[in-house]
Design a protein around this ligand. Structure first.
Ligand code: NAP
Length: 352
């Protein structure tokens, strides 16, 4: 049996970092060898520093591991980044330059032309940018990224619709969970009994990332899909799970039954290859008229299955539906884990 790959977590104490700690316990391919956080936390044991907020019992297997200073120290060949955009901009290239494969949640490099922005069920072939990135930047390592947490659920649903019916444009209104704002997030007196109709930078991500994800790899370049997206983003008083109301204009005009069929049948490379974090069901289609709901459906497929419901024709565009995905699992730590498993499967990382 191949040895486990030693991995590190950059930003291990935050909302997404804690999800990595949860999801990596007992992972068949990866073993946590190093934890990194800010100077506030470095030098102290993880169990003493972490303010555990994930709604599952805190795993204790890393309690005694001392948090490292955020410097590339060769402790891990693969590092997951759960850093905010600002620190990620400087820190991720330093780790990649020192030879690490950086699998990032941060937005800093998502739209860089030589950096793969990946959802393994949607565009696994975009990893072919990696050798080009290494040549261009003179790195032994590399950076690959997963999309914004709202973009993942949206694009998983859009991919089979695009392939079957030709996507032209998208209107999306999001209702995003509090955990999407990191820790400590909006205080109860701000978010309680309330909806916040602004999330800084979010609408721009929803309007730009889908075209890259659905784009075509030509030589060492991604040609963006020719789609237009209009997004309105809202923060709501929900713990986990981003809900999105979506309308699409299409080249052909399918019935709800036809859309339901292509969504249900959607499978990708992770399912075919049996990657450890791949959900058996990529998309669960709800038949109840009042689903999906964050509290009831966010944990489908251990947080990796995207739930779509309320399939119906739209009197303004052509078709509309509601999509739900778990923002810190499918939208963040689980997404990055699946990206790293894809890199192993494709030979960009070796476990031997
Ligand atoms: P968070 O809860 O604020 O955690 C940030 C982490 O980064 C903490 O471990 C913190 O360490 C560390 N850190 C902060 N500033 C640092 C600095 N200057 N130098 C070194 N370490 C520093 O953030 P989050 O919600 O987990 O988000 C992390 C990243 O994932 C962000 O880029 C975010 O956009 C992205 N993301 C988040 C979600 C989500 O649903 N939350 C989804 C998708 C993507 P200390 O604890 O020591 O301060």
């Amino acid at each position: 049996m191949a040895a486990k790959l030693k991995i590190g977590i950059l930003g291990a104490t935050g909302a997404v970092g804690q999800r990595f700690v949860q999801l990596l316990e007992g992972h068949p391919w990866f073993e946590v060898a190093a934890l990194y956080a800010s100077e506030r936390s470095a030098g102290r044991p993880y169990g003493e520093v972490v303010d555990w907020r994930v709604p599952v019992t805190r795993p204790t297997y890393l309690d005694d591991m001392v948090i490292r200073h955020m410097e590339p120290d060769g402790a891990a060949e693969l590092v997951f980044s759960a850093l905010p955009k600002g620190p990620a901009t400087d820190i991720e290239p330093r780790f990649a330059g020192a030879g690490a494969t950086v699998v990032s949640n941060a937005s800093a490099y998502r739209m860089a032309p030589d950096v793969p922005l990946l959802i393994p069920e949607v565009n696994p072939e975009h990893t072919a940018l990696i050798p080009h990135q290494r040549r261009q930047r003179g790195w032994d390592g590399c950076i690959v990224t997963n999309p914004n947490c709202s973009v993942v659920g949206l694009v998983v649903a859009l991919k089979p619709i695009h392939d079957a019916f030709g996507l032209l444009s998208v209107q999306v209104a999001t209702m995003q969970a509090k955990s999407g704002a990191g820790y400590p997030g909006p205080p109860p007196e701000v978010i309680g009994d309330n909806v916040l109709p602004f999330i800084g930078g979010e609408e721009d991500k929803l309007e730009t990332e889908p075209a890259k994800l659905l784009g075509t790899l030509v030589d060492a370049e991604i040609r963006p899909a020719e789609i237009t997206v209009s997004a309105q983003c809202h923060r709501v008083d929900v713990l986990d799970g981003h809900l999105e109301a979506v309308s699409v204009a299409l080249e052909t005009k399918p019935s709800p039954a036809e859309v339901g069929r292509v969504l249900r049948e959607f499978r990708g490379l992770p399912q075919e290859a049996g990657l450890p974090s791949a959900p058996a069901e990529v998309i669960m289609v709800s038949v109840e008229e009042d689903r999906p709901q964050p509290r009831l459906d966010r944990d489908a497929g251990e947080g990796m299955t995207v739930t779509v419901g309320r399939l119906r024709t739209c009197p303004v565009l052509d078709f509309k539906f509601v999509v739900l995905s778990h923002n810190t699992i499918r939208g963040a730590a689980g997404a990055a884990l699946l990206n790293a498993e894809l890199l192993c499967h494709q030979g960009y990382l070796s476990r031997s």
